[in-house]
Design a protein. Structure first.
Lengths: 114, 113
């Protein structure tokens, strides 16, 4: 079945460590997105990519990095520079920047910093 | 600036009651798109509906209905005869440009059996 796969579902990290969250899609979508969700808040955009080898900062990109080497993959690295990384991270995709249709979401990764 | 307000943080209803989730948006763009998503406990956001700014017709899909009113900048969502499976967090979102969805803070709906 087509969809978006995020891994791991749960992740624990010690302060000062970098961690990478995986996001893979087999929907043949051009655009991919990373959102962060905190309790009682809406989703906030971290990074997005409209095409392979290109990505743009969203509203809260500080302390995060991404890569887009393949169309189907858009990993997110939470670096030690992110001051408050404990959150729920959601990856999404759709057909592309000019497409105003809905985003398709993965099941999310919950990161906890110990 | 774009903004979406969901003033209801949490709502509890008894099964079979009707419930309306409010969404108010702000934008200066004349072309925009509104969405509703459902987030069950599993965490994945499930798309429910998309409405563009030129189409103010209300829509009904089974027990779900949506009331879009540009005059009040609202896009409210009603669940008729609620069921326990409707328990989730519901998000309203606004898209103007090509690159981002602006989400409201969500409304947590609990349907009590």
């Amino acid at each position: 079945d087509g969809g978006i796969t995020q891994s791991p579902k749960y992740l624990f990290r010690k302060e000062g460590q970098n961690v990478t969250l995986s996001c893979e899609q087999n929907l043949n979508h051009d655009a991919m997105y990373w959102y962060r969700q905190d309790p009682g808040q809406g989703l906030r955009l971290i990074y997005y990519s409209q095409i392979v080898n290109d990505f743009q900062k969203g509203d809260i990109a500080e302390g995060y990095s991404v890569s887009r080497e393949k169309k189907e993959s858009f990993p997110l690295t939470v670096t030690s520079a992110q001051k408050n990384p404990t959150a729920f991270y959601l990856c999404a995709s759709n057909w592309g920047a000019l497409n105003t249709g809905e985003l398709f979401f993965g099941e999310g990764s919950r990161l906890t910093v110990l | 600036a774009q903004k979406v307000t969901q003033a209801q943080t949490e709502i509890s209803v008894v099964e079979k009651e009707d419930v309306t989730l409010d969404c108010v948006y702000e934008t200066r763009d004349t072309t925009y798109y509104l969405f509703w998503y459902k987030q069950p406990p599993s965490g994945e956001l499930v798309f429910l509906i998309r409405r563009n700014s030129f189409d103010e017709q209300n829509e009904i899909s089974g027990r779900y209905s949506w009331n879009f009113q540009k005059s009040t900048s609202s896009f409210n969502f009603t669940i008729t005869a609620s069921q326990v499976v409707d328990s989730a967090v519901y998000f309203c979102a606004l898209r103007t440009g090509a690159n981002n969805l602006f989400f409201g803070t969500g409304t947590r709906l609990t349907v009590i059996p």
